[in-house]
Design a protein around this ligand. Structure first.
Ligand code: UD2
Length: 309
Protein backbone atom coordinates (compact mmCIF):
# COMPACT_ATOMS: atom_id res chain seq x y z
CA UNK A 1 0.00 0.00 0.00
CA UNK A 2 1.18 3.51 -0.77
CA UNK A 3 2.26 6.55 1.22
CA UNK A 4 0.02 9.44 0.21
CA UNK A 5 0.14 13.14 1.06
CA UNK A 6 -3.04 15.22 0.82
CA UNK A 7 -2.72 18.97 1.39
CA UNK A 8 -6.13 20.35 2.26
CA UNK A 9 -7.15 16.91 3.52
CA UNK A 10 -9.58 18.33 6.09
CA UNK A 11 -11.58 20.07 3.39
CA UNK A 12 -14.54 18.83 1.42
CA UNK A 13 -12.79 17.05 -1.43
CA UNK A 14 -9.62 16.20 0.49
CA UNK A 15 -11.39 14.50 3.37
CA UNK A 16 -13.58 12.45 1.05
CA UNK A 17 -10.44 11.39 -0.82
CA UNK A 18 -8.70 10.50 2.44
CA UNK A 19 -11.66 8.38 3.50
CA UNK A 20 -11.66 6.44 0.26
CA UNK A 21 -7.89 5.88 0.23
CA UNK A 22 -7.93 4.68 3.84
CA UNK A 23 -10.57 2.14 2.84
CA UNK A 24 -8.17 0.91 0.19
CA UNK A 25 -5.40 0.47 2.75
CA UNK A 26 -3.15 3.45 2.00
CA UNK A 27 -1.19 5.45 4.59
CA UNK A 28 -2.35 9.05 4.49
CA UNK A 29 -0.63 12.20 5.68
CA UNK A 30 -2.80 15.32 5.82
CA UNK A 31 -1.56 18.89 6.03
CA UNK A 32 -4.33 21.40 6.63
CA UNK A 33 -4.43 24.69 8.54
CA UNK A 34 -8.18 24.29 9.18
CA UNK A 35 -8.89 27.70 7.67
CA UNK A 36 -11.64 26.15 5.56
CA UNK A 37 -11.51 22.48 6.51
CA UNK A 38 -12.70 21.00 9.77
CA UNK A 39 -10.86 18.67 12.10
CA UNK A 40 -13.91 16.44 12.39
CA UNK A 41 -13.77 15.84 8.63
CA UNK A 42 -10.52 13.93 9.05
CA UNK A 43 -11.18 10.20 9.22
CA UNK A 44 -10.41 8.72 12.62
CA UNK A 45 -7.95 6.03 11.60
CA UNK A 46 -4.50 4.72 12.52
CA UNK A 47 -3.65 5.10 8.84
CA UNK A 48 -3.84 8.91 9.10
CA UNK A 49 -1.21 11.34 10.29
CA UNK A 50 -2.50 14.90 10.57
CA UNK A 51 -0.47 18.10 10.72
CA UNK A 52 -2.39 21.26 11.50
CA UNK A 53 -0.15 23.45 9.44
CA UNK A 54 -0.25 25.85 6.55
CA UNK A 55 1.44 24.88 3.31
CA UNK A 56 3.01 28.35 3.23
CA UNK A 57 5.53 27.13 5.80
CA UNK A 58 8.02 26.09 3.12
CA UNK A 59 10.61 24.67 5.50
CA UNK A 60 8.02 22.45 7.16
CA UNK A 61 6.75 21.19 3.82
CA UNK A 62 10.24 20.42 2.50
CA UNK A 63 11.17 18.45 5.61
CA UNK A 64 7.90 16.55 5.46
CA UNK A 65 8.47 15.64 1.82
CA UNK A 66 12.08 14.57 2.33
CA UNK A 67 11.38 12.60 5.51
CA UNK A 68 8.45 10.70 4.03
CA UNK A 69 9.25 10.25 0.34
CA UNK A 70 5.53 10.07 -0.55
CA UNK A 71 4.53 8.00 -3.57
CA UNK A 72 1.41 10.03 -4.34
CA UNK A 73 0.78 13.69 -3.60
CA UNK A 74 -2.54 15.50 -3.94
CA UNK A 75 -2.22 19.29 -3.81
CA UNK A 76 -5.73 20.31 -2.76
CA UNK A 77 -4.99 23.01 -0.17
CA UNK A 78 -6.14 26.41 -1.40
CA UNK A 79 -7.91 29.63 -0.70
CA UNK A 80 -10.88 28.03 -2.41
CA UNK A 81 -13.21 30.99 -2.62
CA UNK A 82 -13.19 33.45 -5.49
CA UNK A 83 -14.68 36.12 -3.20
CA UNK A 84 -11.95 35.53 -0.63
CA UNK A 85 -9.30 35.86 -3.33
CA UNK A 86 -10.71 39.24 -4.31
CA UNK A 87 -10.46 40.38 -0.67
CA UNK A 88 -6.98 38.92 -0.20
CA UNK A 89 -5.14 38.66 -3.54
CA UNK A 90 -1.65 38.55 -2.09
CA UNK A 91 -2.44 35.89 0.50
CA UNK A 92 -4.25 33.87 -2.17
CA UNK A 93 -1.13 34.07 -4.27
CA UNK A 94 1.06 32.90 -1.40
CA UNK A 95 -1.12 29.85 -0.82
CA UNK A 96 -2.47 28.90 -4.23
CA UNK A 97 0.64 29.55 -6.26
CA UNK A 98 3.80 30.22 -4.27
CA UNK A 99 3.41 27.49 -1.65
CA UNK A 100 2.75 24.95 -4.38
CA UNK A 101 5.81 25.99 -6.36
CA UNK A 102 7.91 25.58 -3.21
CA UNK A 103 6.55 22.05 -2.96
CA UNK A 104 7.45 21.34 -6.60
CA UNK A 105 10.90 22.78 -5.97
CA UNK A 106 11.38 20.67 -2.85
CA UNK A 107 10.55 17.61 -4.94
CA UNK A 108 12.90 18.59 -7.75
CA UNK A 109 15.88 19.82 -5.75
CA UNK A 110 15.85 16.85 -3.37
CA UNK A 111 15.64 14.39 -6.24
CA UNK A 112 12.32 12.97 -5.00
CA UNK A 113 10.43 10.85 -7.50
CA UNK A 114 6.79 10.57 -6.46
CA UNK A 115 4.79 8.30 -8.73
CA UNK A 116 2.29 11.11 -9.23
CA UNK A 117 1.66 14.66 -8.07
CA UNK A 118 -1.82 16.01 -8.79
CA UNK A 119 -2.80 19.66 -8.49
CA UNK A 120 -6.43 20.74 -8.35
CA UNK A 121 -7.32 23.77 -10.40
CA UNK A 122 -10.76 24.98 -11.34
CA UNK A 123 -13.22 25.73 -14.11
CA UNK A 124 -12.65 29.33 -13.03
CA UNK A 125 -9.68 29.44 -15.42
CA UNK A 126 -12.13 29.53 -18.37
CA UNK A 127 -13.65 32.78 -17.06
CA UNK A 128 -16.48 34.13 -19.17
CA UNK A 129 -15.35 32.60 -22.43
CA UNK A 130 -18.44 31.58 -24.37
CA UNK A 131 -17.20 28.41 -26.01
CA UNK A 132 -19.23 25.40 -24.88
CA UNK A 133 -18.64 22.77 -23.78
CA UNK A 134 -15.42 23.88 -22.15
CA UNK A 135 -12.60 21.69 -23.35
CA UNK A 136 -9.10 21.58 -21.97
CA UNK A 137 -7.87 23.29 -25.13
CA UNK A 138 -10.54 26.01 -24.98
CA UNK A 139 -9.37 29.54 -24.47
CA UNK A 140 -8.76 30.44 -20.84
CA UNK A 141 -9.57 33.83 -19.39
CA UNK A 142 -8.75 34.03 -15.68
CA UNK A 143 -10.45 37.14 -14.34
CA UNK A 144 -9.99 36.88 -10.57
CA UNK A 145 -6.90 36.51 -8.38
CA UNK A 146 -8.10 32.97 -7.63
CA UNK A 147 -8.31 32.00 -11.29
CA UNK A 148 -4.98 33.62 -12.16
CA UNK A 149 -3.13 31.69 -9.47
CA UNK A 150 -4.86 28.42 -10.31
CA UNK A 151 -3.98 28.77 -13.97
CA UNK A 152 -0.38 29.79 -13.30
CA UNK A 153 0.12 26.85 -10.95
CA UNK A 154 -1.32 24.50 -13.55
CA UNK A 155 1.29 25.76 -16.00
CA UNK A 156 4.06 25.20 -13.47
CA UNK A 157 3.05 21.57 -13.07
CA UNK A 158 2.86 21.01 -16.79
CA UNK A 159 6.19 22.76 -17.31
CA UNK A 160 7.93 20.88 -14.50
CA UNK A 161 6.66 17.62 -15.95
CA UNK A 162 8.16 18.49 -19.31
CA UNK A 163 11.41 20.10 -18.18
CA UNK A 164 12.31 17.79 -15.34
CA UNK A 165 10.50 14.59 -16.35
CA UNK A 166 8.34 14.55 -13.24
CA UNK A 167 4.96 12.83 -13.04
CA UNK A 168 2.81 15.89 -12.49
CA UNK A 169 -0.79 16.27 -13.60
CA UNK A 170 -3.49 18.92 -13.17
CA UNK A 171 -7.27 18.79 -12.96
CA UNK A 172 -9.95 21.45 -13.31
CA UNK A 173 -12.91 20.84 -11.02
CA UNK A 174 -16.32 21.98 -12.16
CA UNK A 175 -19.17 22.26 -9.61
CA UNK A 176 -18.41 19.49 -7.16
CA UNK A 177 -21.01 18.67 -4.50
CA UNK A 178 -21.65 16.12 -1.79
CA UNK A 179 -21.22 15.36 1.90
CA UNK A 180 -18.98 17.61 4.01
CA UNK A 181 -19.13 20.57 1.65
CA UNK A 182 -19.14 23.57 3.95
CA UNK A 183 -22.17 25.87 3.41
CA UNK A 184 -20.95 28.63 5.70
CA UNK A 185 -20.15 31.32 3.13
CA UNK A 186 -22.57 32.83 0.58
CA UNK A 187 -19.97 31.76 -1.99
CA UNK A 188 -19.99 28.13 -0.89
CA UNK A 189 -21.23 25.61 -3.43
CA UNK A 190 -24.87 26.30 -4.15
CA UNK A 191 -25.98 22.74 -3.41
CA UNK A 192 -24.49 22.86 0.09
CA UNK A 193 -26.35 26.11 0.75
CA UNK A 194 -29.55 24.64 -0.62
CA UNK A 195 -29.15 21.53 1.50
CA UNK A 196 -28.80 23.59 4.64
CA UNK A 197 -31.87 25.66 3.73
CA UNK A 198 -33.84 22.45 3.23
CA UNK A 199 -32.65 21.00 6.51
CA UNK A 200 -33.36 24.10 8.56
CA UNK A 201 -36.39 25.33 6.66
CA UNK A 202 -34.67 28.65 6.04
CA UNK A 203 -34.89 30.84 2.96
CA UNK A 204 -32.91 29.94 -0.15
CA UNK A 205 -31.99 32.83 -2.42
CA UNK A 206 -31.86 32.28 -6.14
CA UNK A 207 -29.63 34.86 -7.78
CA UNK A 208 -31.08 35.64 -11.19
CA UNK A 209 -33.89 33.68 -12.84
CA UNK A 210 -32.56 30.27 -11.81
CA UNK A 211 -32.07 29.23 -15.42
CA UNK A 212 -28.29 29.45 -15.12
CA UNK A 213 -26.78 26.01 -15.46
CA UNK A 214 -23.70 24.26 -14.18
CA UNK A 215 -21.94 20.94 -14.63
CA UNK A 216 -22.63 19.51 -11.17
CA UNK A 217 -20.44 16.52 -10.39
CA UNK A 218 -20.94 14.30 -7.37
CA UNK A 219 -17.97 13.73 -5.10
CA UNK A 220 -17.70 9.97 -5.75
CA UNK A 221 -17.28 10.61 -9.49
CA UNK A 222 -14.58 13.15 -8.66
CA UNK A 223 -12.77 10.57 -6.51
CA UNK A 224 -12.98 8.04 -9.36
CA UNK A 225 -11.34 10.57 -11.66
CA UNK A 226 -8.62 11.46 -9.14
CA UNK A 227 -7.75 7.82 -8.60
CA UNK A 228 -7.74 7.12 -12.31
CA UNK A 229 -5.29 9.95 -12.98
CA UNK A 230 -2.94 9.01 -10.15
CA UNK A 231 -3.02 5.27 -9.50
CA UNK A 232 -4.63 4.17 -12.74
CA UNK A 233 -2.75 5.82 -15.60
CA UNK A 234 0.66 7.13 -16.53
CA UNK A 235 -0.49 10.53 -17.83
CA UNK A 236 1.75 13.46 -16.94
CA UNK A 237 2.24 17.07 -17.96
CA UNK A 238 -1.41 17.30 -18.86
CA UNK A 239 -4.67 18.95 -17.77
CA UNK A 240 -8.07 17.27 -17.35
CA UNK A 241 -11.56 18.60 -16.68
CA UNK A 242 -13.39 16.79 -13.90
CA UNK A 243 -17.13 17.10 -14.48
CA UNK A 244 -19.94 15.04 -16.01
CA UNK A 245 -20.42 16.62 -19.43
CA UNK A 246 -24.04 17.48 -18.56
CA UNK A 247 -25.54 20.79 -17.51
CA UNK A 248 -28.38 21.25 -15.03
CA UNK A 249 -30.14 24.51 -14.26
CA UNK A 250 -30.52 25.77 -10.73
CA UNK A 251 -34.31 25.62 -11.11
CA UNK A 252 -34.04 21.94 -12.03
CA UNK A 253 -31.87 21.32 -8.97
CA UNK A 254 -34.42 23.01 -6.71
CA UNK A 255 -37.33 21.03 -8.21
CA UNK A 256 -35.51 17.70 -7.99
CA UNK A 257 -34.31 18.32 -4.45
CA UNK A 258 -37.79 19.26 -3.25
CA UNK A 259 -39.11 15.92 -4.50
CA UNK A 260 -36.29 13.98 -2.88
CA UNK A 261 -36.60 15.74 0.47
CA UNK A 262 -40.41 15.86 0.21
CA UNK A 263 -40.26 19.41 1.50
CA UNK A 264 -40.98 22.70 -0.18
CA UNK A 265 -38.08 25.09 -0.30
CA UNK A 266 -38.68 28.64 0.78
CA UNK A 267 -37.25 30.35 -2.31
CA UNK A 268 -36.72 34.06 -2.82
CA UNK A 269 -35.65 35.52 -6.15
CA UNK A 270 -32.79 38.05 -6.05
CA UNK A 271 -30.84 40.01 -8.62
CA UNK A 272 -28.22 37.99 -10.46
CA UNK A 273 -24.70 38.17 -9.08
CA UNK A 274 -22.34 40.44 -10.92
CA UNK A 275 -20.18 38.43 -13.25
CA UNK A 276 -22.23 35.25 -12.83
CA UNK A 277 -21.96 33.08 -15.89
CA UNK A 278 -25.10 31.73 -17.51
CA UNK A 279 -23.95 28.33 -18.70
CA UNK A 280 -21.05 26.19 -17.63
CA UNK A 281 -20.59 22.70 -18.98
CA UNK A 282 -17.45 20.69 -19.57
CA UNK A 283 -16.31 18.26 -22.15
CA UNK A 284 -14.95 15.22 -20.34
CA UNK A 285 -13.93 13.37 -23.49
CA UNK A 286 -10.26 13.53 -22.59
CA UNK A 287 -10.86 11.83 -19.26
CA UNK A 288 -13.22 9.32 -20.83
CA UNK A 289 -10.42 8.22 -23.16
CA UNK A 290 -8.63 7.01 -20.04
CA UNK A 291 -11.71 5.04 -18.97
CA UNK A 292 -13.56 7.58 -16.81
CA UNK A 293 -17.33 7.34 -16.76
CA UNK A 294 -19.36 9.57 -14.43
CA UNK A 295 -21.92 7.33 -12.74
CA UNK A 296 -24.00 9.61 -10.56
CA UNK A 297 -26.87 11.61 -12.07
CA UNK A 298 -27.93 14.80 -10.33
CA UNK A 299 -31.01 13.08 -8.96
CA UNK A 300 -28.94 10.19 -7.59
CA UNK A 301 -26.33 12.56 -6.16
CA UNK A 302 -28.91 14.70 -4.39
CA UNK A 303 -30.56 11.57 -3.01
CA UNK A 304 -27.25 10.36 -1.60
CA UNK A 305 -26.44 13.76 -0.15
CA UNK A 306 -29.86 13.99 1.50
CA UNK A 307 -29.53 10.48 2.95
CA UNK A 308 -26.09 11.33 4.33
CA UNK A 309 -27.12 14.36 6.34
C1 UD2 B 1 -17.91 28.00 -9.25
C2 UD2 B 1 -16.92 27.88 -8.12
C3 UD2 B 1 -16.02 29.08 -8.10
C4 UD2 B 1 -15.38 29.29 -9.45
C5 UD2 B 1 -16.47 29.39 -10.53
C6 UD2 B 1 -15.86 29.45 -11.91
C7 UD2 B 1 -17.91 26.59 -6.32
C8 UD2 B 1 -18.53 26.66 -4.97
N1 UD2 B 1 -17.60 27.79 -6.84
O1 UD2 B 1 -18.76 29.11 -9.00
O2 UD2 B 1 -15.02 28.88 -7.12
O3 UD2 B 1 -14.51 28.22 -9.72
O4 UD2 B 1 -17.28 28.21 -10.49
O5 UD2 B 1 -16.86 29.60 -12.88
O6 UD2 B 1 -17.68 25.54 -6.89
N2 UD2 B 1 -26.43 30.71 -6.34
C9 UD2 B 1 -27.70 31.02 -5.90
N3 UD2 B 1 -27.93 31.04 -4.55
C10 UD2 B 1 -26.95 30.80 -3.64
C11 UD2 B 1 -25.65 30.48 -4.10
C12 UD2 B 1 -25.43 30.45 -5.46
O7 UD2 B 1 -28.60 31.29 -6.70
O8 UD2 B 1 -27.22 30.84 -2.43
C13 UD2 B 1 -26.20 30.64 -7.79
C14 UD2 B 1 -24.99 31.43 -8.24
O9 UD2 B 1 -25.32 32.78 -8.47
C15 UD2 B 1 -24.62 30.68 -9.51
C16 UD2 B 1 -25.00 29.22 -9.20
O10 UD2 B 1 -25.92 29.29 -8.12
O11 UD2 B 1 -25.35 31.13 -10.60
C17 UD2 B 1 -23.82 28.37 -8.79
O12 UD2 B 1 -23.13 29.05 -7.77
P1 UD2 B 1 -21.84 28.44 -7.03
O13 UD2 B 1 -21.32 29.51 -6.15
O14 UD2 B 1 -22.16 27.13 -6.42
O15 UD2 B 1 -20.84 28.10 -8.21
P2 UD2 B 1 -20.27 29.00 -9.41
O16 UD2 B 1 -20.43 28.17 -10.64
O17 UD2 B 1 -20.82 30.36 -9.43
Amino acid sequence: MSKVLITGGAGFIGSNLAERLIGEGHQITIVDDLSMGLKENIPDSKQVTFYEHSIIDHGFMEKLLVDNDFEYIFLLAAVASVADSIERPLYTHEVNQEANIYILEAIRTNGLKPKKVLFSSSAAVYGNEQELPKREISKVSPITPYAIDEFATERYLVTYANLYKLNFVTVRFFNVYGPRQNPKSPYSGVISILTEALQKGTEFKIFGDGEQSRDFVYISDVLDALELLTFGSNVKGDVFNIATGHETSLNQIVRTYQKIAQTDINVSMQDARTGDIKVSVASVDKLKELGYMPKISVSEGLTRYWQYI
